[in-house]
Ligand binder design. Sequence first.
Ligand code: PLP
Length: 432
Amino acid sequence: MLHTNLSVNEKGHLTLAGQDVCALADKYSTPLFLMDEERIRNNCRTYIGAMKEFFPAGSRPLFASKSCCFKRIYEIMAEEGMGIDLVSPGELYTAAAAGFPLENAFFHGNNKTDRDIEYAIDSGVGYFVCDNLEELNSINETAGKKGIVQNILLRLSPGIDPHTQKKISTGKVDSKFGTAIETGQAKELCKYALTLDNVCLKGFHCHIGSQIFEYDSFANAAEIMLTFIAELWRDLGFETDILNLGGGFGVRYVESDPFIDYRENIKGLAGEIDRLCAALSVKKPAILMEPGRSIVADSGVTVYSVGSVKTITGYKSYVSIDGGMPDNPRFALYESDYTALIANKADREPDLVATIAGRCCESGDIIQEDVSLVTPERGDYLAVLVTGAYNFSMASNYNRIPRPPVVMIKGDGSDYVAVKRETYEDLIRNDI
Ligand SMILES: Cc1ncc(COP(=O)(O)O)c(C=O)c1O
């Protein structure tokens, strides 16, 4: 199977962390998000351990909230000693409600409003990842009114396309995020930040994209960022404490995705950073990374019930399920790859090539095209694997479909509801 927490039991049912996915679907109904808590914790430990072992003192991972955001996740992140990145006041509110220590939070976003900035300062957010000049002025002014000095990083665009999908690569010069190094604007912004009384510039952030399976793309970004850092030291005498290299490594969604050893990649990247710092004669900054999917994706399985199998003679077959783009919009958005199987027939050989269609009144409501499945019958369970990231957090109520619950399963065989299933009453809660 794709990941070591997935298997098939003696009944021929898919298991996640040793638990029968079909039994959980019987218990909680479908559609259903399942998450393996131990897997999330182990992924956190891998990053924390390797970053502590190989990177300079003060280095640590920040969990990218955008990949999966609800209160229980923040409790787990706090227990594991992770920092977090936040991109909206809603994520901030959720983290605060979970009791997450907000001094370990980094507040992102390319358009924070004055209200967002005030709320984050009042909440005691540790760092702002400042995107632009207007925001810098607003943070400085608000911090001044509150009588504090706010720690910030500046988000820069290093001008790298790591050959990932266009819509999820964010570090190129032509990007809505950050300030470009290449054009000289980053240096000007930095000089300006250093003149302000109520912000303390601690370092820089960049994010080059997602689904990166080898550390060389991060090493390329580090080279550009450290060269810039060396220039600031030489020209302005500014010493950088923190370099945040953005998101984490890639995740296997399908068999053709490569295996990746996070620890070895972090070790390799650390070697490159050491070499670059020595060659450029700069003090080694603490290194931050912001893994999202590589913390939570492989913990997740979504379970649906099959409603129909429609074969259009001479064309193709559609398997319709009781969820779809409202709980997983990633195929509709990016044509993302997923692995799907019939969870109650997981021991049988596939005999059908079919497109998995959601229940929305939308022909683009597809979970995956042309996948090999065991021919299902109405009532069978269809599982989509590796859905722990960017599924629940991207879920919507399109067509007024209630969001599925999130059920956490534990290594000791127990399970618990982390997020309740939405009700029809929830759907009309704010309708006047
Ligand atoms: C700024 C930033 N940090 C972190 C992440 C998390 O990336 P991933 O989930 O691929 O680790 C993203 C994702 O796009 C991002 O934009």
